[in-house]
Design a protein around this ligand. Structure first.
Ligand code: URA
Length: 216
């Protein structure tokens, strides 16, 4: 897997990440959602450089211009509900993208640390020959992404897989790297060192779904 940690570079992306981390700014859910969307836009622009481009003649009112455009069909696949603002950010740039949605939750067995990821809603188009973009705003353990990948197996073989994530734990990234095909790209805005006992990224941001849409 190729890991593109864009938060390692100096850019306006760090402004958006610091705002979603900040407990004071987090009090405004609209700003939180918009910042996640903006992060999706930046990461989407970056991975667009991996698509296949061919030239097309564009007629302007005053002449012609050959432009490079991508013919790749992009499918954006998000996990409800925390993935929705990131999904919207990507859709802002990929106008013709198809969409897939999955709902997954953690089913705890005996204690907080012992859980399986249950996928109970799945709606996806064919992925055959397409560019699959999986969004997971908080790449904590990586087990949700593993289950999503398994669930998508019957939908055809994509030509490229891109994972788009806002913040990941090093442990989650290592796990995803071990279960995804080697050609997968991970586009991520920040990598944090730890996971706590409940599987939350430390220092992270807290619960991304609650911050975007309110506590359950
Ligand atoms: N999901 C979240 O919303 N936050 C985390 O830190 C981990 C998983």
């Amino acid at each position: 897997m190729t890991i593109h940690n864009l938060g390692d570079q100096n850019s306006v992306l760090n402004q958006f990440i610091s705002e979603i981390r900040d407990v004071q700014i987090q009090k405004d859910p609209m700003r939180f959602r918009r910042n996640i969307e903006r992060i999706g836009e930046v990461l989407g622009y970056e991975f667009s450089k991996e698509l296949l481009y061919s030239s097309k003649n564009i007629e302007t009112p005053l002449g012609n211009k050959s432009m490079y455009l991508s013919q790749d069909q992009v499918v954006i696949c998000s996990i409800l509900r925390a993935g929705l603002p990131l999904h919207q950010g990507l859709l802002n740039y990929f106008d013709a993208a198809e969409n897939a949605f999955i709902s997954a939750y953690r089913k705890h067995e005996n204690d907080e640390n012992d859980f399986e990821v249950v996928v109970d809603y799945f709606a996806a188009p064919s992925l055959e020959g397409k560019v699959l973009v999986l969004t997971d705003p908080m790449l904590a353990t990586g087990r949700t992404l593993e289950n999503v990948l398994k669930g998508l197996k019957d939908h055809g073989t994509p030509k490229q897989i891109h994972i788009v994530s806002v913040i990941g734990s090093q442990q989650g990234i290592d796990f995803v790297q071990s279960v995804f095909p080697a050609q997968t790209h991970l586009w991520i805005a920040a990598v944090d060192p730890e996971l706590n006992a409940r599987g939350y990224i430390i220092p992270g941001i807290g619960d991304a779904g609650d911050l975007a849409y309110g506590e359950k």
